[in-house]
Design a protein around this ligand. Structure first.
Ligand code: PEP
Length: 252
């Protein structure tokens, strides 16, 4: 399975923002393309937006999930609850969760498990800080994040698993990784998946790039052989920019 056999995926991450006009534009654009499109919204908006998107090709996703199945965990939302809203995807291990909420690789592995057991697709975020890149430990960091979350799974499960390479220094900074830097790490991620989960898994897994992707730099990033799509923060709040990125992914 080469890049042409994996469906491109464009995922928006609204973070703690609401941008409903983007949904209608994204639904229209997604309908005209062969791109899987998902917008990951605050949990409180999942029911409402899934209702709007339920007849469309576009999917709705969550941004986080509890590491626990159910019980006395005030304020948390379980995988089953997300599944009941109609969500299809859930971001796990975003660097903002790792940094501001102390999420460890161990916790993130539990969250991936919760997402998969509820038949949602995890979008597992991995990526190094600027300092880790400077110290030449970026590949080690990414490999550890990847293996601790995914080494329990076999080939078939990788049809559902999405990995997003998001260098922390590129998120929300307006300073995207170059296409070469992004491809180098996404190629490494695919090779690493092959090493711990086998060739079939590495061919099935969709690998996204995220970090200041916008309508201007999307074409070059999405043209790379190991980049199957994008995880987009800021530009997913702008209907025209997000639609342009979807169309760029569709052009291949
Ligand atoms: C993100 O938060 O996942 C992200 C990629 O943000 P931005 O596109 O704004 O850098």
């Amino acid at each position: 399975m080469n890049k042409a056999q994996r469906r491109p995926l464009i995922a928006g991450n609204w973070k703690m923002n609401l941008a409903e006009p983007v949904v209608l534009e994204a639904i229209e654009t997604a309908d005209k393309t062969n791109v899987d499109v998902v917008i990951c919204v605050p949990s409180i908006a999942l029911y409402q937006l899934d209702f709007i998107a339920s007849k469309a090709k576009m999917s709705i996703g969550a941004q986080d999930v509890s590491a626990h199945r159910d019980g006395a965990y005030t304020g948390e939302v379980s995988g089953l609850m997300l599944a009941h809203t109609g969500a299809d995807y859930c971001i796990v291990g975003h660097s903002e969760r790792r940094n501001y909420h102390g999420e460890t690789n161990l916790v993130i592995a539990e969250k991936v498990r919760r997402v998969l057991e509820c038949s949602l697709s995890p979008i597992l975020c991995v990526g190094e800080t600027f300092e880790e890149r400077e110290r030449n430990i970026d590949f080690d960091i990414v490999s550890l994040q990847l293996r601790s979350a995914l080494n329990a799974y076999n080939t078939k499960v990788f049809e559902s698993i999405v990995v997003a390479y998001e260098p922390v220094w590129a998120i929300g900074t307006g300073k995207s990784a170059s296409a070469e830097q992004a491809e180098e790490m996404c190629e490494f991620i695919r090779a690493d998946i092959k090493a711990f989960a086998g060739l079939g898994a590495s061919r099935r897994a969709r690998i996204l790039y995220g970090g200041s992707m916008d309508d201007k730099n999307a074409a070059e990033l999405l043209a790379q052989p190991n980049i199957d799509g994008g995880l987009i923060g800021g530009a997913s709040l702008d209907a025209a920019k997000f639609a342009e990125i979807i169309e760029t992914a569709n052009r291949g």
